[in-house]
Design a protein around this ligand. Structure first.
Ligand SMILES: *Cc1c(COP(=O)(O)O)cnc(C)c1O
Length: 467
């Protein structure tokens, strides 16, 4: 076999070494930003890719050209490595509690509490009055009691962990009765039967998908029963020939038999939101008044705070939950507690306009039409290639809440001289900050309901940069 000559253009020998690539300008630029070890991994990946690409090709590139190519790929990999993770986006989808985009946006007061109170050292478990250890979350629990009428409250990581804790502590190795109409999946893999089995309680299903009677529950009670569970179906509705006993009837039955009644209220609300069409979301105070022993609901749905599982109910039940070792594993962190404190306080004062999710929900059709008209006008004035027109449409609550609520809005439909709706949508996602719209009938649609007025200039810039 003859030795390949140095000038042979397609030789794999022209591929730069990982070390050579690591000495390049590009590598130097990223070393401190991503760390030397990660940089080496990515340089190796860039060289491997280059080698694979050359296996079956008869390239004529020189060693220098290949080094430039590898450096450019390394830069791409480094940039990708740095951009991954949580970044702020403009939500122009009109879905208020968009689970993929972080559900409820925090209030200004909550953002301030995060950075100026909770981010550093803080009184998360410290009593300033006595200078000794204080009870974690005491203030949030106090506010929970005040806004719901429960005897006591407890905070855990999310509503799924609340259900796990409650079922584990109150009904492990015993039976829990639940209606077949409530064996729902909420999304993100929260499935009632699975939470039951994970918590070690034996699920006893009663009734049918559409109708469950009080008698069905009564007949299912055995000496192994500890709990009756009621689940709010959230994003799922059975309409027509349906029946479920009132909470009050269930509570009476449970107490007559020495059992406890647990309600997973899902989104739940602490302030009556029926003026927004959300009358079907259970008001936690009503559940407490009906005699429910323990209720759980989410912090980042219609409450408008951070991810959390809020639990309220009878003092004796809450204390059992608090004392269990599982609570220690599921408890909320100081950042979450700071946000909850400020947000629950806004509910207590009835200052709903301070809570972005509720403020967005309350935006009138007229205000949105006016904002959309102005926005479209600016796009059309500033761009020759992009055109904006208005179409009537609907926003959504999202997060599995209020599936029947579709607040009227005015959408901005964007089209481009040469680009398709999908290409526009992708381009908008790649702006800084990225903006997320929705595609319908081959149109890119923006809904300003979920865009804060102070974000509109950024959104306009992003739209005009699409190309
Ligand atoms: C949303 C929801 C959950 C899950 O809540 P997370 O806070 O997301 O864990 C559980 N149950 C019901 C009924 C829900 O609507």
């Amino acid at each position: 076999m003859s030795r390949p000559s140095v000038s042979e253009p397609s030789s794999l020998r022209a591929i730069p070494s990982v070390d050579q690539l690591l000495r390049s300008e590009t590598a130097n630029q990223f070393r401190d930003l991503i760390g030397a070890a990660r940089l080496t991994d990515l340089a190796r990946q860039a060289i491997d890719e280059l080698r694979e690409g050359l296996q079956n090709s008869s390239t004529t590139e020189t060693k220098n050209e290949l080094l430039t190519k590898a450096a450019s790929r390394l830069e791409e990999l480094c940039r990708h490595d740095r951009s991954a993770g949580i970044r702020r986006v403009i939500n122009a989808t009109g879905v208020i509690l968009h689970t993929n985009l972080g559900r409820a946006p925090l209030s200004d007061a909550a953002r301030k509490a995060l950075t100026s109170e909770a981010a550093g050292y803080c009184t998360v478990e410290y009593d300033l009055g006595t200078g000794t250890r204080g009870r974690r979350a005491a203030r949030v629990e106090e506010l929970l009691v005040q806004v719901t009428g429960g005897e006591a409250g407890l905070v855990v990581n999310n509503c799924a962990s609340a259900a796990l804790l409650i079922l584990s502590v109150l009904a492990r190795d015993a039976e829990t009765i639940v209606s077949r109409g409530e064996l729902v999946e909420i999304g993100g893999d929260f499935r009632v039967p699975e939470v039951m089995s994970n918590s070690g309680t034996q699920m006893v299903e009663v009734g049918t998908t559409n109708r469950t009677k009080l008698e069905d529950y009564r007949r299912a009670i055995s000496d192994r029963t500890r709990l009756i569970m009621r689940v709010h179906p959230s994003n799922y509705r059975i309409i027509g020939f349906t029946h479920a006993p009132a909470l009050k009837e269930l509570a009476t039955l449970a107490h007559e038999k020495g059992l406890l009644l647990y309600e997973d209220a899902g989104s739940g609300v602490v302030t009556d939101l029926s003026k927004f069409g959300l009358g079907e979301e259970p008001l936690i105070r009503d559940s407490i008044d009906a005699g429910v022993d323990v209720v759980s609901f989410s912090g980042d749905k219609l409450l408008g705070a951070s991810q959390a599982g809020l639990i309220v109910g009878r003092h004796s039940v809450i204390e059992r939950l608090r004392k269990h070792s599982l609570y220690r594993a599921l408890r909320a962190d100081k950042l979450c507690l700071a946000v909850l404190e400020v947000t629950l306080n806004a509910h207590r004062r009835g200052a709903l306009e301070e809570i972005p999710a509720l403020r967005m929900l309350g935006l009138s059709k007229e205000v949105l039409e006016q904002r959309a008209t102005e926005f479209a006008k600016r796009v059309n004035e500033a761009s020759d290639s992009i055109s904006a027109r208005l179409v009537p449409g609907e926003s959504a609550v999202g997060g599995g809440s209020g599936p029947n609520v579709h607040p009227a809005t005015t959408l901005i439909s964007l089209s481009h001289a040469t680009l398709t709706a999908n290409e526009l949508e992708q381009s908008l996602r790649q702006q800084t900050p990225p903006a997320i719209g929705r595609i319908s009938d081959d149109q890119l649609l923006l809904d300003l309901r979920t865009v804060e007025p102070n974000e509109e200039p950024e959104l306009l810039t992003a739209v005009l940069n699409m190309s």
